[in-house]
Design a protein. Structure first.
Length: 178
């Protein structure tokens, strides 16, 4: 019997799962539109222990950039998200998430491929309420503060992918599985 690559019309998604880990904040090198060079960035670095293990150098930190996450999902077709370090946000009155970029006054349709443009974009944020309650060590989704659950649901709706794991502390068992 002869086989062809066209014998089974199966998508990549049907062959394996593609999962993505995102932090509740973003750290990066190169253009970094959501970077916070202020007390917010310092607080994210401090509370999140965002320091290079080898170098001891502070990592750049900023608000969660859903433009990047949505673009990454479009390229990789994620089936689930691992949302890490939710507990780092426990003491914020409000949280910002990047939802779009504009360049020279024009709203961009998505993530720009040109790093020179990316370095010059203006970020549009949605602001969500913080929860001001500890989440470290919480073991059930429904034991999270309602504002934390709303934050997670906002991410899921915006990206179009369900969060399957939620990191709520530094220990290995500080993970909620949905």
């Amino acid at each position: 019997m002869a086989w062809s690559r066209h014998t089974l019309p199966v998508s990549d998604r049907e062959l394996h799962r593609t999962e993505r880990q995102i932090q509740r904040l973003t750290s990066s090198s190169g253009p970094f539109p959501t970077e916070q060079l202020n007390e917010v960035g310092e607080k994210l670095q401090s509370v999140g222990h965002e320091v290079g293990v080898t170098t001891g150098r502070k990592r750049r930190c900023g608000w969660l950039d859903l433009v990047v996450v949505k673009h990454s999902h479009a390229c990789n077709d994620y089936t689930a998200i691992n949302l890490t370090k939710l507990d780092v946000l426990d003491d914020f009155d409000e949280l910002k998430v990047a939802t779009s970029y504009s360049y020279k006054g024009e709203v961009l349709e998505g993530f720009p491929a040109n790093p020179e443009i990316l370095a010059q974009v203006e970020v549009q944020y949605d602001t969500l309420p913080g929860w001001k309650k500890p989440t470290t060590g919480v073991t059930s989704y429904y034991d999270l503060p309602s504002q934390a659950r709303s934050y997670i649901e906002y991410i899921e709706k915006f990206v179009g992918v369900k969060v399957k794991w939620i990191g709520v502390g530094p220990a290995r068992d500080h993970m909620i599985t949905l």
